[in-house]
Design a protein around this ligand. Sequence first.
Ligand code: ZN
Length: 642
Amino acid sequence: MPRIKDADIVVVRERARIDEVVRDVVALKSAGGGSLKGLCPFHDERSPSFHVTPAKGYWHCFGCQEGGDVIDFVRKIDHLSFAEAVEKLAARTGTQLRYEEGGSAQPDRLKGVRTRLVEAHKAAAAFYAEQLNSADAQLGRTFLKERQFDQDAALKFGVGFAPNGWDGLTKHLRSMKFTDEELITGGLAIAGKRGPYDRFRGRLLWPIRDLSGDVVGFGARKLREDDDGPKYLNTPETPLYKKSQVLYGVDLARKEISRRQQAVIVEGYTDVMAAHLSGIETAVATCGTAFGVDHIKVLRRLLMDQDEFRGQVIFTLDGDAAGRKAALRAFNEDQRFVSQTFVAIEKTGLDPCELRLQQGPEAVRELVARRTPLFEFVIRATLDDYDLNTAEGRVAGLRAVAPVLATIRDRSLRPEYTRLVAGWLGMEPGAVSDAVRQATAKSGASANSRQGSGTREEARRISAEVDDQAAAPQPRWQRPDPKLTSTAVERESLKCAVQIPQHVAPWYESVEPQAYTAEVHGAVHAAIVDAGSPGAIADGHQWIEAILAACPDDALRAYVREFAVDPLHARGEDDEQLRDYGTAVIARLLEMDATRRIVELKGRLQRTNPTEAEAEYNRQFGDLLALEQYRRQLRERALGET
Ligand SMILES: [Zn+2]
């Protein structure tokens, strides 16, 4: 391996100011004596033990004992090799690197994978941005214009357009000496039978950047009617792009989040744009995934204030039940985070982008200003399910909210909410605190019985309890026998309906409940049907949330989540391969169902006397023939594709 010259490494280390590099990721406050401190990005902590000494160029965490210089920090935080970390810092500081052996001929070849991928993404973002002015991009420009995003806005957010052809970007990047392997590894191109082709075609593109401003992926919105892919496509998991951590807009919002001690979470790319343009410059969005623990960690580090995390995290929600449940689940991972969490609900159901469009930027600012603490929101939403005009309803309501109150561990908050709830219920505060004590004792007992299970387990328990407010016994769904063919086919068909609804919608709609022989599969199918037509909800995350919301209990939701993450057995991940696969699976499911009905019908035919009940016999016989023919068609379809 060619080595970077030692002298250049020294220059990079001198030029890259450690406090600036660290501040990309962690908010720092003075710790006295020329030292700075913040929340450690390498271990989970509530008060800062991560120290940086700019004068010496070192950092050290007293909590986890990690430490080193600026290069070590970049290596660890971005999971880079030593050379890659030096390259990243060299790019940042404008330092020209020289390599020890044969480096001058093809310097690009010597760079680390990450550096190359970052450069490819930078070039791709520039290419896409330029394409937005092409004739092809008319639909994209119209899309932006209809949402009142002018040229300045497009420029600020780097919005681009992926041309309609198959290899516009691939050709462009090849001409810049990027290899096919780099394009495929970076998720910019897909490996096809006749070489790589562009992942994003005929779509509007948003570059997704990490905290330091490097483009690490793209979010792409469908524009054309004949594009049968999902409404939004994102870069898949790559060495650069980790969807559980990326937040769209965080590069722009980072400074304001730290300064204003506030982060606003919105739903999508256009919402981030609309929020920023309306003066909410702390807005970010997750990219094609639910807000999760890793996102919390990123924000918490940016929000650190003095010795404590005091910032506010505001989620904008449309007021429906699915959003409510999702909020509860996400926030219960982190107590401190929960007590700082607020929800801003737009009763009209308009998202920030629509709100700005219809009612102007001040309406977006008002939405955020109207925030309610999450606990208050949850308690009120829980009480909404009870008729508080009757004594029975009030008692049942109290029983339902007591476990929620019991999860509030912040001592200053709990009495306040206890008083509030007493007021809403028209009860004595003492009665409410008694109920909370009982709920606490109950959860405390179950925690003790699982001693040493750690905080994560505890968080899960709390979230299960909050979810299951009525404390009804959990039904146990029996796991179907994995050795049965029917189990495999049923399971695979449900995975398709959950993961790639847009590809199986027409076929899945003809599936009858009895096609599922395992009870739990039938229950998941019912939830999918309740959630609406597969493919009608284009956003994959919203679709799964809708199914989860339609589930009667947590045990079934666990199955849905399992079906959502278990990889499909399709041959590839492009649209055509996924559609072929999904269709074949559903056809096989329908065929097995038809076979069962044929067997049943044959039995009934044998029991029917053709002379005594001629009409009945003939009808059944006709049904049988039709069913046989139907099954043959399905079999062809299923065999043809698998
Ligand atoms: Zn640490």
